[in-house]
Design a binder for this molecule. Structure first.
Ligand code: PBG
Length: 324
């Protein structure tokens, strides 16, 4: 035998030298939940290890995240008051706006990404205005754009629309530019599937739809080319970066989107992926750290330039320790 692939696997130094995929903490984004109130740090039962913070306790969490080596966070707001029009989403004094101002004041150099969607803010739990039982696309655009503007004015470096309305990236770009905020980036959840893997998130954010589901606006898990179409549309409308979501079950989509786009591509390892690993690890069935690391490696190998993950601080620590 002349060729022995195992030679490249002989020890860690050789394996690291030969690795085709390399990860760094700079590619990580950590999602955080902020709810209205004061002095709150509460557990999220469906997502062990993740917490809800109030705007005043958020800086403590950010301190930890920063210490772990993660410089970008994605914030979700959970308001006290919900109504049909999701008006707290675009209230300049709403929970997400307070969180952004507070966060930015303490950590001006953290990159704050604000999730733009109405489902956490509407009484019916859908991502836009209702017309009968369906979400009415065009009138929703203005509310999404107002939400993004209000978040950008409160200090968001990036806005991340996750609603899946047609035309929302263009509407948001126009609104931001009209207010002189042409430097605010748009990180679009361009390729977002109607996925049951979001289950734990909906408990965390109290955003489950009160009737029906999101298949009328989020994508059908059976489709790949449609994902490429969504990605290209959002780029044309002005998205600076795009995302594929969920993560691991959609690696083929991630690869297809990556090959066809020329902007940074993110992958969101969603709540269900996190909770599955946690649940199996709690029972001693999986090694949590190794599975979390492998998930991140697979997303990077699949084409992710950016990884959004509830494991982000842990992953960053592993990278620093040379374990990942
Ligand atoms: C808001 C939104 C959701 C997630 C991110 N933004 C929930 C949904 O679409 O139902 C899911 C994130 C996760 O599961 O970790 N629309």
């Amino acid at each position: 035998m002349i060729i022995r692939p195992r030679r490249l696997r002989r020890n860690k130094i050789i394996r690291d030298l030969a690795a085709e995929t390399r990860l760094s903490p700079s590619m990580l984004v950590y999602p955080l939940f902020v709810r209205e109130g004061r002095g709150i740090v509460e557990d999220i039962p469906a997502m062990p290890g993740q917490k809800r913070y109030s705007p005043d306790t958020l800086p403590r969490a950010l301190e930890e995240v920063r210490k772990a080596g993660v410089n970008s966070v994605l914030l979700f707001g959970i308001p006290e008051h919900k109504d049909e029009r999701g008006s707290e989403a675009y209230n300049d004094d709403g929970v997400i706006q307070q969180a952004l101002r507070e966060g930015k004041r303490h950590f001006p150099d953290i990159c704050f990404i604000a999730d733009v969607c109405l489902c956490e803010y509407t009484s019916h739990g859908h991502c836009g205005l209702l017309k009968g039982e369906a979400v009415d696309n065009d009138p929703t655009l203005d509310l999404l754009a107002r939400t993004a503007l209000s978040q950008a004015q409160a200090g968001a470096d990036m806005v991340a629309p996750s609603d899946m309305m047609d035309g929302r990236v263009a509407a948001i770009r126009a609104k931001l530019d009209g207010a002189g905020l042409e430097d605010t980036l748009i990180f679009s959840y361009a390729v977002k599937y109607a996925s049951a893997f979001y289950g734990p998130f909906r408990e965390a954010a109290g955003s489950a739809p009160s009737f029906g589901d999101r298949r009328g606006y989020q994508m059908d898990p059976r489709n790949v080319r449609e994902g490429v179409r969504e990605a290209l549309l959002d780029i044309e409308e002005g998205a600076d970066m795009i995302m594929v979501k969920p993560g691991l079950p959609y690696l083929d989509v991630l690869r297809a989107v990556k090959e066809r786009s020329c902007v940074p591509v993110g992958a969101y390892c969603v709540s269900g992926e996190y909770s599955m690993i946690k649940a199996a690890a709690e029972r001693g069935w999986l090694d949590e750290r190794r599975v979390a690391a492998e998930s991140a490696i697979c997303l990077a190998r699949g084409g992710a330039d950016i990884i959004v993950s509830y494991f982000a601080p842990e992953l960053a620590r592993m990278m620093k320790e040379g374990e990942l």
